[in-house]
Design a protein around this ligand. Structure first.
Ligand code: ZN
Length: 150
């Protein structure tokens, strides 16, 4: 990142609010063509502008900004966390079930279609189990949050 970056980041909010001189505007627009970082930031600003309506950024208290970003990061982390948790749980449970039913799956006398059927049921049950567990944990966290709020 070069030293000019910060300047452009500050200019972005002025750009959204239409407070830049035409020279500054031209300079920023030139920079936006080459910097995907600032383009992304501009998109976020524009979205926020829509959400907050006529409000200017300077009028938004610091803690609202903090909560806004913390909210985004938290949701991202939660989303990734749950995906990893789900994948891990499904893999482990699938391996355990395969171990339990190994004799059945490896028995050449059992018809393939039956193996596919049993395998599908087991997989379905595992997905349901993981999904229900996730809901339970969510519900538990929500209840605890309510208690703290009270
Ligand atoms: Zn930039």
């Amino acid at each position: 990142m070069n030293s000019g970056e910060d300047k452009y980041k500050i200019m972005l909010s002025g750009y959204i609010d239409g407070e830049l001189s035409s020279d500054e505007k031209a300079e920023l627009e030139m920079h936006l063509k080459t910097c995907s970082d600032c383009r992304k930031e501009l998109e976020v600003f524009q979205e926020l502008k829509e959400v907050t309506g006529a409000m200017k950024y300077a009028d938004i208290p610091e803690h609202v900004w903090d909560n806004y970003w913390r909210g985004i990061y938290r949701r991202l982390e939660l989303g990734i966390g749950w995906i990893l948790f789900s994948i891990g749980a499904i893999i482990i449970l699938a391996c355990m079930c395969y171990g339990i039913f190994q004799n059945f799956f490896l028995n050449p006398d059992e018809p393939l279609i039956l193996k596919i059927g049993v395998g599908t049921i087991i997989l379905g049950a595992i997905f349901l189990l993981v999904s229900v567990t996730r809901e339970r944990i969510f519900a538990y966290r929500r209840d605890r949050y309510k208690e703290i709020k009270r």
